[in-house]
Design a protein around this ligand. Structure first.
Ligand code: PNS
Length: 158
């Protein structure tokens, strides 16, 4: 079975992330969506909340499993029989960062990285901008799945 991982902090998951996850699910037999925490970022949503939102947002895809991940990504891949990491590229800045990580991960393991260009429909979206717009009561419903729009609205009320 050909398994891949789509890792990210997904704080929160956007249509840009879902575009990459759905396309990866057509290429691989099973795709693990690895919800992790970037140690240099503070997250708005807890890991449990991010896993829950991602599980709901991908429930229509039969070959997706959502898991919390921690530690070194390539170690997780080796321990779970995952041969490929799939990441999305929105613009040139993403490429520089992703290339460096892909080369580092290749040096540390046999895990391959596949970089998919994000669909132009969603390439301007980032979780950071979604959080910023939602915080000042802007409408983010076009950019995120419904469950995320609801959770952001609840978070901003509370
Ligand atoms: O792009 P994101 O959303 O900030 O990614 C977050 C995450 C957790 C997927 C990323 O920070 C990661 O892969 N962490 C695992 C630690 C690791 O393997 N670091 C070495 C990368 S070369």
């Amino acid at each position: 079975m050909r398994k891949a991982i789509c890792p990210g902090s997904f704080d929160p998951v956007t249509h840009g992330h879902l575009d990459i996850i759905e396309r990866a699910s057509k290429i691989f037999d099973e795709v693990v969506v690895g919800v992790g925490t970037n140690t240099s970022k503070n997250t708005l949503f807890s890991t449990e909340e991010r896993v829950d939102m991602m599980t709901l947002a991908t429930s229509h895809l039969p070959n997706i499993v959502v898991r919390q991940i921690s530690g070194l990504l390539v170690t997780y891949c080796e321990e779970h029989g995952i041969g490929s990491i799939v990441k999305g590229l929105r613009f040139a800045g993403d490429f520089e960062y992703e290339l460096q990580m892909a080369q580092m991960n290749a040096r540390m393991s046999d895990v391959e990285t596949i970089l998919l260009p994000t669909s132009s429909e969603w390439s301007f979206i980032s979780s950071t901008l979604v959080r910023e717009i939602a915080k000042v009561d802007g409408d983010i419903s076009e950019f995120v799945p419904e469950v995320v729009a609801q959770r952001l609205a609840e978070r901003n009320k509370g």
